[in-house]
Design a binder for this molecule. Structure first.
Ligand code: DHB
Ligand code: FE
Length: 314
């Protein structure tokens, strides 16, 4: 059975991609940001996922304003980097996992979430920047460390999906993954945010208090976040802060109670507050289980609270 072992939240600022591509990561401004992802890259090397699902948003790169799917699942074998105005980023083509992606499409659509199936799609900084932050720099003629299933979410044209819809979609994705027969270790990314506003009179807005509270609730009380209306994101986190709803898809795909294994927050990168979190599932997929080590007392207590029916149902 495939299983989701962890969720990763990460911002996606395009200038971070430009800093990587132009060899600027050691400059003090950028070092402050990249050093916050060193532990995460070590965690990723140790976790070695078989597949990553990356929930991200397209910025009118693959989908123009003529056609904007609310949720678009990449079922293709590969996804080339998009040209965002200064040429495609020099990163490898993203290799997909068509079999698992089609299985997720079938399971989730039959569960009444109407995804758009994309058999051809280019991916922009919304996807490749978080991948670089977690996987490190990967040469253009090389390969990303694992296949990736992109899930594009509309947060660029009103109305984006609600946080609640995103959270429930995460749960449906988890069910889909866990009904896939092959043993695959899957991680899911929620990307975008945190607070930022790029244009208009409030351009430059950052709200660290809101961001930190979002990260706290994401870890411990995600149901609270699922109730936040769009207008609150806009008011508190800026117009582009609405990207944060995508993190709720990742969170919905995890256990109700998770272990927060890492968090990083810094302000700013370009116009944006950079937030990052790694949340591990406790049951089956936790660190101890993955390494075959005896579970800690904390893990054992968590496992004891799970009713057998719940285990069978998953
Ligand atoms: C910036 C942030 C974004 O999320 C984006 O899509 C484009 C630009 C920025 O901070 O400059
Ligand atoms: Fe963005």
């Amino acid at each position: 059975m495939a299983r989701i072992v962890a969720g990763i939240g990460s911002s996606h600022v395009p200038a971070i991609g430009a800093a990587i591509d132009n060899g600027k990561t050691e400059e003090p401004y950028w070092k402050r940001i990249f050093s916050g992802f060193e532990k995460s890259q070590a965690w990723m090397r140790e976790t070695k996922p078989d597949v990553a699902i990356v929930v991200y948003n397209d910025h009118a790169s693959a989908f123009s304003v003529e056609m904007i799917p609310t949720f678009a699942l990449g079922c293709a074998a590969e996804f080339p980097p998009a040209d965002e105005g200064w040429g495609p980023r020099p990163v490898p083509v993203v290799e997909g996992h068509p079999a698992l992606a089609s299985h997720i499409a079938q399971s989730v659509i039959l569960d009444e979430f109407d995804l758009t199936i994309c058999n051809k799609m280019e991916v922009d900084h919304g996807m490749t920047v978080p991948m670089n932050l977690l996987f490190g720099k990967v040469a253009k003629n090389s390969h990303w460390p694992c296949p990736v299933i992109p899930l594009a979410v509309n947060v660029v044209m009103y109305p984006p999906p609600t946080g609640h819809r995103c959270y429930m979609l995460g749960k449906a994705i988890r069910k889909a993954v866990e009904s896939y027969p092959e043993d695959l270790k899957v991680v899911i990314f929620g990307t975008g945010g945190l607070s930022h506003q790029i244009s208009g009179p409030r351009a430059g807005l950052i709200n660290s208090k809101w961001d930190k509270s979002f990260l706290d609730n994401l870890s411990k009380a995600p149901q609270k976040l699922a109730k936040i209306p769009h207008v609150d994101y806009m008011r508190e986190a800026g117009a582009e802060g609405i990207e944060m709803v995508m993190w709720l898809i990742m969170r919905g795909a995890l256990d109700d109670k998770v272990d927060e294994v890492y968090r990083f927050y810094t302000v700013p990168a370009s116009n944006t507050a950079v937030g990052h979190i790694i949340l591990e599932n406790r049951k089956r997929g936790g660190k101890a289980a993955r390494k075959g080590k005896p579970a800690t007392a904390k893990h054992k207590r968590a496992a004891a609270r799970v009713k057998p029916a719940q285990v069978r149902g998953r």
